[in-house]
Design a protein around this ligand. Structure first.
Ligand SMILES: O=C(CSCCNC(=O)c1cc(-c2ccc(F)cc2)cc(O)c1O)c1ccc(O)c(O)c1
Ligand SMILES: [Mg+2]
Length: 214
């Protein structure tokens, strides 16, 4: 049987990137997605916005929902201070298999804990299983209809604190209307839209940055 797109993306990384060099992994994936095959990574334009927020927050603990091939995992982990960790949740085992290899190729496996399974099942277990009290930064990039229920779950499980920052991808395309309405109307959040484009295209998309006020 033929290869999948994530497998072809991984092959491109193994062939063209430099082992242990996160920036070369990022550049190789962006080149592959522009020139060979589009893939649903956050991409370079939105990725630059995400980088600036990661640097501003300089999180001690980070949660990523939706690993896919590990592109944004590498983008975030490369900016984390020594001794800090990123927990990333992936539902699809084939995506997780590729992502582990991309993260390892970048040399960031010590900073990343990839957990396979549905976010709705894993989130309630995070405190006890991984010794996390709260997350300083959450990047939402998984099923678009899971953004709102998982945000409410994070609140209910006491995984957010005053000042925790949520960064949500694809709030315009494919769109997360219920999530957007919630974070923009709730007194518990201070929300801001960063206009950009759907990765590797001219279609509008953007990131929503929402600070939890407690
Ligand atoms: O990660 C997953 C699998 S779903 C992938 C989500 N991402 C998208 O669907 C996605 C899609 C598009 C896009 C596709 C076609 C278009 F024409 C236009 C846009 C762009 C993106 O940037 C995306 O992120 C997961 C599922 C359940 C869990 O509970 C969990 O923890 C994780
Ligand atoms: Mg996305």
């Amino acid at each position: 049987t033929g290869s999948t797109r994530p497998q072809r993306l991984l092959k491109a990384v193994q062939k063209n990137a430099t082992k242990g060099d996160p920036q070369s992994v990022i550049s190789t994936i962006d080149h592959f997605c522009r020139r060979c095959e589009w893939a649903m990574n956050v991409g370079d334009e939105k990725g630059t916005i995400l980088d600036s927020v990661v640097c501003e927050v300089s999180p001690g603990s980070t949660l990523e929902l939706g690993t896919y091939c590990g592109y944004s995992t590498v983008r975030i982990a490369r900016l984390l201070a020594p001794g800090t960790k990123l927990i990333t949740l992936e539902f699809n085992p084939d995506f997780a298999k590729v992502a582990r290899q991309v993260i390892e190729f970048a040399g960031l496996q010590e900073k990343v804990l990839l957990v396979e399974g549905p976010s709705g099942d894993i989130i309630p277990k995070i405190k006890e299983q991984f010794g996390i009290t709260t997350f300083d930064l959450v990047f939402l990039d998984h099923w678009k209809d899971r953004y709102l229920p998982d945000t409410k779950l994070l609140e209910e499980c006491g995984l957010l604190r005053k000042g925790s920052v949520l960064m949500a991808d694809n709030v315009i395309c494919p769109g997360t209307p219920d999530y957007l309405a919630y974070v923009r109307s709730s007194p518990k959040y201070d929300s801001k839209y960063f206009k950009s484009h759907l990765e590797y295209t001219k279609v509008e998309d953007g990131l929503e940055k929402s600070v939890y006020l407690g």
